[in-house]
Design a protein around this ligand. Structure first.
Ligand SMILES: Nc1nc2c(c(=O)[nH]1)N[C@H]1C(S)=C(S)[C@@H](COP(=O)(O)OP(=O)(O)OC[C@H]3O[C@@H](n4cnc5c(N)ncnc54)[C@H](O)[C@@H]3O)O[C@H]1N2
Ligand code: MOO
Length: 639
């Protein structure tokens, strides 16, 4: 691959400048104000382009509001307990049901509960009726000519009901723009296709389809196009003919086959290639045959964020809809985030509420980590002019989730174990409106977040080399003045995670020094690392002689993935993970996996719920299924 086959000259235009350039150019074409008239009953979610007025009043006649009798109010005056008034059927009253029309000479309704029947033709009442009592007059709801909903409003189910009551059978709305979506890449395969190294599952356009729907547009996905300049050009030209907006995905950066910007320059007007945002830098903005064309970067996180920044406001413009203000939440940043002066950065954040403080923690910043979007509660936008933000500062996060969900989430920060996923799933299934979010920073990291008051709970498993006991000595050392408890009862099996059939015949710690095998380690401060170092020290083994000792993973799953993919022959981790990934396992010992909780939280609704799930049969069954655990009675021990 030669350097000059590549398109390496991306600009670094500021986001607001790029947006202005793009939208000003589209404004010049001014294609987007177009309307259509559709049946009211099909108008859910559409945007009105003019105010809707009632064609008839509702109710359109004077209607009884109750089941009972209608009377002339004047003939009931003077009625009381001692002097009931007697009324004659068809003369002084007639029977009516709710909704029946009330005609002169009758002008009031008495509820049936207040009417005493004397015989078939006579009733008596003990209370007078006042004129128009229990009658819904013409136009009580709406009067013909009254405005039901204004222009540029999204139509909701109740709006449809009101329009029909006012005999509005059709409504003028903005046309939904058709958004053409073209995935590109020779390496792209559909999700059901067989995978081999280098093949990429096409998922972005499916996210786009649903985002377009959410914004109010119509999506029109084309089959993926291979990296061939002519084919991509043809696909763009065709899509520009058939759609209001065209999205071309991937091929946006500096690869040898990243053609999009060149094609747009050749067949239309290339406005921007390269924006000072991260992720999303290689976004392309252009116009081809009077149609806005947006080149969205391939990495899924970049793709989502760039789509939200450019496609959402564009679809809304077509719909004549103002962008809603984003919901913001003030939160304390749990740790420092370093950012570059080269771009504005969009960081996915996990947020939790611990006591009365919202705490925001950055998630994985990789542009290919879709799970960071799944897990994110919000996005923190770090301005370009900042080199980062210090931990402890208050920041404003744009919310992606409901604040209520964040407020009811147990924040767990500490060691990673598969049982956290199981617990989270059971908590979610119990529908108690409680959630569990867990961040994996190792046991010591968990204790430190506890010290800073950032979590409700820290799962930990730290072996004390001197006593051979777990956790308590660390808590006494690091959380001296804090009243803490340990929820104890779960023990898990640690050991060597090995390739299937253990081809390198690894059996004991001494084998790790073998020069033809590669080890993968856990990060410092993780309980597993402490366990490994403890054993190496006990046996007098020099860790610097282990190949791969410096390569650190943050979870058991990551260690096992390295073994599964062949980038390592062995790592230390829990049996459940080896089982799940169908790898071999040699036990090195049982350890206590405890949940550290500040004493003040132990009686809260959320932690109570958590403990009852730990004690549940369902959880026991799941642990048994997973294998590699031993369970004793759940106990709460003060430390
Ligand atoms: N030397 C440089 N390399 C890269 C640069 C750069 O400036 N200089 N920019 C990086 C950035 S930032 C991004 S973002 C990506 C953008 O890549 P492209 O838009 O050119 O996309 P591809 O290279 O074709 O694919 C990248 C990556 O995206 C995923 N992908 C692609 N299509 C799909 C799809 N339809 N569904 C799901 N995922 C998709 C896939 O993981 C690809 O590997 O470039 C960097 N490189
Ligand atoms: O757009 Mo790229 O994903 O900045 O990271």
């Amino acid at each position: 691959m030669k350097k000059f086959d590549r398109n390496i000259y991306l600009s670094n235009m500021e986001l607001h400048e790029a947006k202005k350039l793009f939208f000003d150019e589209i404004d010049k074409i001014n294609k987007y104000v177009s309307t259509e008239t559709i049946p009211t009953i099909d108008s859910m979610g559409r945007i009105t382009t003019r105010a809707v007025f009632a064609n008839s009043s509702s109710p359109h006649y004077n209607a009884s509001a109750m089941d009972g009798i209608c009377v002339k109010a004047s003939s009931t005056y003077g009625a009381d307990e001692r002097n009931p008034v007697k009324l004659l059927l068809n003369e002084d009253f007639i029977y009516v049901d709710t909704g029946d029309p009330i005609m002169p000479p009758y002008d009031a309704v008495i509820m049936i509960e207040d009417v005493m029947e004397i015989d078939n033709n006579n009733v008596k009442i003990m209370k007078p009726a006042y004129p128009w009592q229990h009658i819904r007059p013409v136009g009580e709801d709406m009067v013909a000519g009254e405005m039901i909903i204004p222009s540029f409003k999204r139509i909701h189910p109740v709006d449809i009901g009101a329009m029909l009551c006012g005999q509005v059978l059709e409504v003028e709305v903005s046309k939904r723009p058709m958004v053409g979506l073209i995935p590109t890449g020779t390496e792209i395969v559909e999700p059901h296709d067989e995978l081999s190294p280098g093949k990429i599952i096409e998922s972005n356009s499916r996210v786009f389809e649903n985002l377009v729907k959410e914004y109010g547009g119509i999506s029109n996905r084309y089959p993926p196009v291979i990296d061939n300049m002519n084919l991509i050009e043809k696909a763009i030209l065709r899509a520009c003919d058939e759609n209001d907006i065209v999205i071309i995905n991937a091929g946006s950066s500096a690869g040898t086959e990243d053609y999009t910007s060149t094609i747009i320059k050749n067949i239309g007007k290339l406005l921007v290639h390269g924006i000072a945002i991260k992720p999303g830098k290689p976004t392309i903005l252009g116009i081809v045959n009077d149609t806005p064309v947006i080149g969205i970067p391939g990495y899924p996180v970049s793709a989502f964020l760039s789509f939200e920044e450019f496609v959402k406001p564009l679809v809304h413009k077509f719909l004549s809809l103002k962008d809603k203000k984003k919901k913001l939440l003030k939160a304390t940043l749990s740790k420092k985030i370093v950012s570059s002066l080269k771009h504005k950065e969009f960081v996915r954040m996990k947020i939790g509420k611990v006591e009365d403080k919202f705490i925001a923690t950055p998630l994985n910043r990789g542009a290919g980590v879709t799970m960071s979007l799944v897990r994110a509660d919000g996005i923190l936008k770090i301005p370009q002019e900042l080199e980062g933000i210090q931990g402890g500062k208050t920041v404003e996060v744009e919310l992606l989730k409901d604040k209520n969900e964040i407020e009811n989430t147990i924040v767990s920060i500490g060691s990673h174990d598969l049982i956290l996923d199981i617990l989270s799933n059971i908590i979610s299934k119990t529908h108690n409106n409680i959630f569990l979010s867990s961040a994996h920073v190792g046991s010591l990291g968990g204790i430190m977040s506890m010290k800073r008051g950032e979590a409700h709970m820290a799962p930990i498993h730290l072996l004390d080399e001197l006593t051979g006991t777990y956790n308590e000595s660390y808590i006494k050392k690091y959380l001296k003045n804090k009243d803490m408890v340990l929820i104890k009862g779960i023990k898990r099996q640690q050991g060597f995670i090995l390739q299937k059939n253990n081809p390198k015949n690894i059996k004991v710690f001494e084998d790790l020094l073998n020069k033809d095998l590669v080890f993968v380690n856990r990060q410092k401060g993780s309980g597993t690392r402490v366990l490994l170092d403890y054993n190496l020290k006990k046996l007098g083994l020099d860790s610097s002689l282990i190949r791969g000792y410096e390569r650190e993973m943050t979870t058991h799953m990551n260690v096992a993935s390295c073994v599964l993919s062949g980038s390592a022959h062995v790592g230390v981790g829990v049996k459940s993970v080896a089982n799940t990934m169908n790898l071999d396992f040699i036990p090195i010992g049982l350890e206590d996996y405890d949940f550290l909780v500040p004493k003040k939280f132990i009686d809260t609704h959320m932690i109570n719920n958590f403990i009852s799930i730990l004690k549940s049969q369902e959880f026991k069954d799941e642990l048994e299924n997973l294998g590699g655990y031993e369970m004793e009675d759940i106990q709460i021990v003060e430390v």
